[in-house]
Design a protein around this ligand. Sequence first.
Ligand SMILES: *Cc1c(COP(=O)(O)O)cnc(C)c1O
Length: 355
Amino acid sequence: MPDAVLTEAASEMLDWHGSGMSVMEMSHRGKEFGSIYEEAQADLRALLAVPPNFEILFMQGGGLAENAIVPLNLSQAGPVDFVMTGSWSQKSFKEAGQFCQARLAATSESSGFTSLPPPGSWQLGSDSRYVHVCTNETIHGVEFHALPDLQALGSKAPLVIDFSSHVASRSVDWSKVGLAFGGAQKNLGPAGLTLVVVRQDLLGHAMQHCPSAFNYQRVAENGSMYNTPPTYAIYIAGLVFKWIKAQEENGHTGVAALEQRNKQKAQLLYDCIDRSQLYENRVDVTSRSRMNVPFFLRDASRNEAFLAGANARGLLQLKGHKSVGGMRASIYNAMPLQGVQALVAYMQEFETTKA
Ligand SMILES: *Cc1c(COP(=O)(O)O)cnc(C)c1O
């Protein structure tokens, strides 16, 4: 979270803009929350350049719930093609199998999910209802730097992307996308808000047993107020959107400014890893994530000392995911360049200090 957002939220926690209420105490249908909601929607649409033929839905359930909600809305129980590039797309594939005919179009599992299968090699069915791709694999640290062009691959199916862990870190080419979903908790705000951006022609095809609160058409018709939306999480995300709008970097603003900064941050860290004798990143250089940088110490016996020294310097949450091991630096939008510089300085110092 950007410090500026937390400070602002703290200052208006008890009384929002002289309303005499905390945002948590507002009716979601009242005019105060209505203005917060409308601004958040408009700001996000502008920041991500979402075209008018897409709906922006503010839902609940997180990324994992979308693994079921997407097939319930789009698959009509028919075949769906999955590209498996790490833990998250693997979860999506497994969950979807309960609701549709989930097929594996490609997988990089044999490489230990350290590369991306080239789109030209994907086995896409002509009858596929949609194609699912996780565009940033948070745990394995692999990222699609360009979205696949399904039409060019001979497929008419819409592309569904899970962009949970790199949303708003770079621009999105909506001409290639049918639906994008993501939990808010990495780049947009607190947990509890789930973002769905869906092309209007994909609405209205939900299976009969799809829960009403998860039926995209119903949610869209009710302006994301079919039931009470996660109001406080939307409010905080709205403050983050204003923070993003105000960002500047090398003559760019908003998401483009963050994209510049994220490139710089990632480059600095990968350069440090690649130049070192101690640290190692195993991901194919063309597919390395700008948000999540997993790395290993070649001498694993120094892992605990590395983490303890990092903690002592306030460099926190560097332990890798248990399924991969090693270390992982998640350098989301709110992490300033100085944070990465501090990490790199520590890593160099640790390497040269004899164990
Ligand atoms: C964090 C994350 C999710 C999140 O799921 P939750 O249900 O919100 O915990 C989904 N997909 C990806 C790629 C993620 O990084």
